[in-house]
Ligand binder design. Structure first.
Ligand code: T5A
Length: 215
């Protein structure tokens, strides 16, 4: 546990892995269960964070370390304004991306010094770690196909190039096996099937909150 009263759950994975879709479905389930919850996304989720998101996804080029610090500036605001108060109130927080993204994209993708990235994350988050991170795994062409099918254009980070994104994919494989409280989940198939896997994982990890409630 994070030391707060609520539960902090993070959905992670490459672009198009289905995080946003699954976060919404998870919200529906929590609603049905009568469990108070909050959905967040990164970068974004606060007024400042949404302004920073515009710069990060639709602004011009910037050094990798600038990108890192902007991601973390948005995160520190989100934690202060939304996540910590929700956890303190006993809510379940479902976050669409968190620190695993920073390790994967800025650490491995941009090839910044990993120890420095970890220190910067710790500084921005005050050491708040998720109770569980679920990495939705799909092959990279699958994520790309979903983006195209959804008629969404590429943002600045999606345009970073094939080698960058291959490093991100490899990073997620590695981090899913090595980071604490992190599990891989098959993100392929119909959204309802993926959601069933997520609910089963939550029931296993948090039996007091979810046991017998999957499905
Ligand atoms: N970033 C972020 C960093 O570099 N460092 C950081 O620290 C952080 C926090 C954020 C970008 O910022 C980077 C990573 C990203 O490049 P974003 O747009 O918020 O950008 O995040 P993306 O992951 O790019 O969002 P996507 O919308 O592309 O991916 P999702 O949320 O994983 O996928 P989702 O649910 O939106 O689905 C995408 C499409 O696929 C369909 C959906 O309907 C949608 O059209 N879909 C499915 N189709 C078939 N089968 C399924 N099971 C499907 N699930 C969804």
């Amino acid at each position: 546990m994070s030391g707060d009263r609520g539960i902090f759950i993070v959905l992670e994975g490459i672009e198009g892995s289905g995080k946003t879709t699954q976060a919404a479905l998870l919200g529906e389930w929590l609603e049905q269960l009568g469990v108070p919850y909050r959905l967040t996304r990164e970068p974004g989720g606060t007024e400042l964070g949404e302004a920073v998101r515009q710069l990060l996804l639709h602004g011009g080029s910037m050094p990798g370390v600038t990108e890192l610090l902007l991601m973390l500036a948005a995160r520190s605001a989100l934690l202060a304004e939304v996540v910590r108060p929700a956890l303190a109130a006993g809510e379940v927080v479902v976050a669409d991306r968190y620190s695993l993204s920073t390790l994967a994209y800025q650490g491995y993708g941009r090839e910044l010094d990993l120890a420095q990235v970890r220190r910067a994350i710790a500084r921005a988050t005050g050491g708040l770690t998720p109770d569980l991170t679920l990495v939705l795994e799909i092959p990279r062409p699958g994520g790309e196909a979903r983006r195209v099918a959804g008629r969404r254009g590429e943002d600045r980070i999606e345009r970073a190039g094939g080698a960058f994104h291959e490093r991100v994919v490899e990073a997620y494989h590695l981090l899913a096996d090595t980071e604490p409280q992190t599990v891989r989940l098959d993100g392929c198939g119909e959204p309802a099937s993926v959601q069933a896997r997520i609910r089963a994982a939550l029931s296993r990890h948090f039996p007091e909150t979810f046991t017998g409630k999957a499905g």
